[in-house]
Design a protein around this ligand. Structure first.
Ligand code: PMV
Length: 309
């Protein structure tokens, strides 16, 4: 049996504007992960997909073409030149909550690619894995920027400009993030479509907001590279102010953001598509437990503290 793993991720700066060509910054979150196991099945069984968390088991050749798990299995096998006639059982499980901005879709796909590549003794570099996962992300997201598959496949902090460049960058001083879940599922596709509608109605205003968010992502990268944690916190707050203007925040997110600030976080913002999902708060070793407690008291369904390094 071969097992492939992939981490979750959070976006530190630049979500939504990244869809419109502005830079964004994302980091992997290793406390949560997706896992795919590949094992040989009895002859004649074909390929079976077991989505353990969803309680679903189905044959690859019976799944509809837009089934994301089917899509990544087929494209990976094609990429590594392995025929679909193999008898395999692919079992998927994940501790990454679905549709909460932590990249669960991209992580599951990445884990599947890694497990299949390992099972057939092949090799694909991170770029090739990221490209395969990107194709499947289109099924989940419609028009993904590509940041999720990139940060998850490379498993490093990334500075990302859609269709243009991706740079892995160095974190000067590791820092702590508290990641809190509103418990509200928010499909990325819906939030992205709503922002698009706003942009179509008032392009000048939205382009201005995207520019400001892009500037924050650039300044955020500099702050991270210089280890300037106070500046990072201020930039997170400013990014959140702009996300509010894009109308992707929500009362639940605002409740958690307020609680984090009260608990002493240096900055806090939503992360990912917004409207629900997760928020992130910049904390220190001293403020970490206080902020986590405040987040739970304010209704967070889960709080993860992760070190970004
Ligand atoms: O909800 P998530 O974590 O998949 O993040 C979406 C980020 C967006 O910028 C809103 C969309 C995208 O494709 O980059």
């Amino acid at each position: 049996m071969t097992i492939g793993y992939a981490p979750g991720k959070v976006i530190l700066f630049g979500e939504h504007a990244v869809v419109y060509g502005r830079p964004a910054i994302a980091v992997p979150v290793t406390q949560v992960q997706a896992q795919a196991e590949v094992e040989d099945a009895e002859k004649g069984q074909g390929i079976t997909i077991v989505a353990r968390d969803l309680g679903q088991t189905y044959k690859l050749n019976e799944a509809p073409p837009d089934d994301a798990l089917r899509a990544i299995v087929v494209s990976t096998l094609r990429r590594i030149k392995v025929g679909l006639e193999h008898d395999l059982t692919i079992t998927i499980s994940s501790s990454i909550p679905v549709a909460r901005g932590l990249g669960s879709g991209a992580a599951v796909s990445t884990a599947i690619v890694r497990a299949l590549v390992g099972h057939f003794d092949k090799w694909l570099d991170s770029r090739a894995i990221s490209d395969l996962v990107f194709e499947t992300e289109k099924i989940h997201h419609g028009t993904p920027s590509g940041i999720d598959n990139t940060v998850i496949a490379f498993q490093k902090p990334v500075y990302f400009v859609r269709g243009e460049r991706m740079e892995i960058f160095w974190v000067q001083h590791p820092f702590l993030l508290a990641i809190a879940d509103t418990g509200v599922q928010s499909p990325t596709k819906v939030a992205v479509e709503d922002v698009r509608r706003g942009w179509e109605e008032d392009p000048v205003k939205y382009e201005g907001l995207f520019d400001d968010i892009g500037t924050i992502a650039d300044m955020g990268r500099r702050a991270i590279e210089q280890g300037d944690i106070e500046a990072m916190g201020r930039l997170m707050d400013e990014n959140q102010r702009l996300l509010r203007l894009l109308k992707v925040s929500s009362p639940e997110l605002e409740g958690l953001i307020g609680a984090a600030r009260q608990g002493g976080a240096l900055g806090a913002k939503l992360s990912g598509a917004g409207r629900g999902g997760n928020m992130i708060a910049l904390v220190t070793r001293e403020t970490c437990s206080q902020v986590s407690m405040m987040l739970r008291l304010a209704g967070a369904k889960d709080v993860i503290v992760t070190e970004v390094s």
